[in-house]
Design a protein around this ligand. Sequence first.
Ligand SMILES: Cc1cc2nc3c(=O)[nH]c(=O)nc-3n(C[C@H](O)[C@H](O)[C@H](O)COP(=O)(O)O)c2cc1C
Length: 232
Amino acid sequence: MTTLHADRDAESRDSATVSIDAAELGPTEMYVFLRDAVVPRPIAWVSTIDTEGRTNLAPFSFFNVVSPYPPTLGFSCGPRGDNHNSPLRLVKDTLLNIRATGEFVVNLSSASLLDEVVKSSDPLPHEQSEFEHAGLVAVASTRVRPPRVQGVPVAFECRTFDIIEVGVNTWIMGTVVHMHVAPKAYVGSSAELKHRINVLADAGTRPVGRLDRANYTRVGDIELHRRKEGPN
Ligand SMILES: Cc1cc2nc3c(=O)[nH]c(=O)nc-3n(C[C@H](O)[C@H](O)[C@H](O)COP(=O)(O)O)c2cc1C
């Protein structure tokens, strides 16, 4: 019977897996394992400002939506120098600034700005802005002090919701207080739903995904699979 064969094949494939106790891996090895396993990831391109008004920008791909209401985004900030083995909690500028001001902007990455996304991850001295370093235009935000990046599909102005320390990493959550949508990604309002967007509409401003190692993916094939129930 086809089903039985399928079950047996699946079982033998499963017993052939490489089984690993998580405790076997040290912090850096586990970071690499998770980075290379949980793919593709969206990228939060986070802009912040320090108490003296100096801007900062850095990409974070350990990132996602935490809750739609209150609208909450979260990303994980690792230790400065990305040394997960060190017990020292050295703080990246992004976290330093968010702790000092309680504000940040999550800019979605944009296909046409992928080089700039990567360039903005260079470890610059605190005084030097990644906006200038990557040749980006900073646009004033509406409700928060950190500026947003010109040319991204959506920028979310956020106020800190909570900051949770997890080992030497820090999970930063922000409540979205204002959104900016690129004209090409804005659809409009209908009687049922306000402010529909389509961030995939324009190839140039589509967000990119982080894959394993230093690999990235642009949105290519899109398949429609409707759910029988629930929102589509
Ligand atoms: C695409 C991409 C994704 C990244 N994701 C993360 C991440 O999720 N967490 C993290 O701590 N660092 C991440 N980094 C590294 C930071 O961007 C880098 O450490 C940056 O210099 C931090 O800047 P800051 O000190 O100005 O905050 C990523 C880098 C790239 C290029």
